[in-house]
Design a protein around this ligand. Structure first.
Ligand code: MG
Length: 425
């Protein structure tokens, strides 16, 4: 009896000193057993209580043009997002900007999440993901399409993780689809010389990969040589060329038949996405299936681009689309239109990769996926790493994204790579 009184008095003192939000934050590292137990009990308060942001830079190995940041920084930058409900249930997500890929940067993602999209979600019911997207639409007006989609995707992914954990259901179960997988990974060849390409291809083979993405443009002569080299080394593999919008229309029309002759299977993003007539001309030429990537953000412009006969398919990536809600919708639009979709990414680290795998598995992807995080990144923040073996990856199962984030690893990565503090929304 005496000890009970002592306990109550200690709690009451704590309550006086800490606000509810501070208390929830301070007790954030919950033993795994408790999280599982929480997931299956009836939740009383599913409102979003607070959001934590951690800016990190995942260390990398090998050369990739998209890892070059400002001031000589190098690495895969990310804002890790943690959403907590009133009952203390947590969902994890990740925003993965790259200033060499689009205008979104680590700094803009941090500001947008902290000052605009994050505050719009506080007090919202976490179970209503569509409602959360409407709130984010109101908080930040669109440009040509959805505003700051890469920043937004971190919140969308965290909400899916959270809702899955609250319901005790995986992504595929929430969508009433099969889990799918395992998925075959594609190896990225971003080489500055053909000799360097040989080394990169060898490294892929040693890891068990036999399908390749090549980064092409702006030099058509080099690109055709690279395609021939990779096709010679991988006669049976899927060979996917991505120009990241790096050709002009004349160069793209000239190189597409040559890449086809060299054994390329698909040509992604030959032009910048606003070259509408150029895309129409390339699709009409028909030398290779033309996939779009950059510029396809919301389902609205995808439907418009299909109507305008600009593409044969899309290289999907949830982060480009503002998250899983619109990426899933876009896959359905492509399937309805009888067009191709391939699984791709932005060198997604652990958390966003788990989200992409859940989506691609649920929609039965069988072609190799260009999720090259495992090729380039040297660390993760998970309790148990994704299951990757011989160029094949299992679709995570279990509630939400099917992965457990180790918050102490997140904090350590943040301190070591950006020397910053947790941001509280
Ligand atoms: Mg691409």
């Amino acid at each position: 009896m005496k000890s009970k009184t002592k306990y109550v008095s200690a709690v009451s003192k704590d309550s006086r000193q800490l606000s509810r939000r501070q208390f929830l934050r301070s007790s954030a590292v919950v033993p795994l057993g408790l999280i599982t137990a929480v997931a299956y009990t009836k939740q009383q308060n599913t409102k979003i209580e607070h959001i934590d942001l951690f800016t990190v830079r995942y260390p990398t190995k090998g050369y990739f043009k998209f890892f070059i940041g400002p001031g000589g920084t190098y690495g895969r930058e990310a804002v890790i997002v943690k959403i907590t409900t009133g009952d203390g249930v947590v969902g994890w997500g990740q925003s993965i900007p790259s200033p060499k890929w689009s205008y979104e940067t680590l700094e803009t993602a941090k500001i947008v999440l902290r000052d605009y999209l994050g505050p719009a979600l506080i007090g919202q019911n976490s179970m209503d993901i569509d409602g959360a997207h409407k709130a984010m639409d109101r908080a930040l007006a669109p440009g040509f399409s959805t505003a700051m989609p890469i920043a937004r995707s971190g919140l969308d992914i965290a909400l899916h993780d959270l809702v899955g954990k609250l319901k005790g259901r995986s992504l595929s179960q929430m969508w009433h689809r099969p889990q799918g997988g395992p998925l075959t990974l594609s190896w990225t060849v971003n080489a500055r010389t053909l000799d360097e390409a040989e080394v990169v291809i060898d490294a892929g083979y040693k890891r068990g990969y036999s399908n390749f993405n090549i980064k092409v443009a702006p030099d058509p002569k080099f690109d055709v040589g690279l395609a021939r080299l990779v096709r010679r080394r991988a006669p049976e593999g899927f060979l996917w060329a991505d120009a990241n919008g790096g050709y002009d229309q004349a160069a793209a029309l000239a190189v597409a038949p040559k890449l086809a002759d060299a054994g390329v299977d698909v040509l992604e993003a030959p032009l910048k996405p606003n070259r509408i007539s150029g895309y129409q001309a390339l699709k009409k030429q028909g030398a290779l299936p033309i996939l779009m990537d950059e510029g396809v953000v919301s389902p609205v412009e995808l439907s418009e681009f299909i109507r305008l006969k600009m593409l044969d398919g899309v290289a999907m990536k949830p982060s480009r689309c503002g998250g899983l809600v619109t990426a899933k919708r876009q896959i359905e639009i492509l399937l309805d239109a009888g067009l191709m979709w391939l699984g791709s990414g932005l060198t997604d680290p652990d958390i966003s990769m788990a989200a992409a795998l859940g989506l691609y598995g649920a929609y039965g992807l069988t072609k190799p996926v260009a999720l090259n995080g495992p090729q380039f990144l040297t660390t993760d923040v998970l309790v148990k790493s994704l299951n990757i073996r011989n160029g094949s990856v299992k679709v995570p199962d279990g509630p939400g994204l099917g992965v457990e984030v180790d918050e102490s690893k997140v904090v350590k990565l943040m301190k070591e790579t950006t020397n910053s503090e947790r941001i509280e929304v």
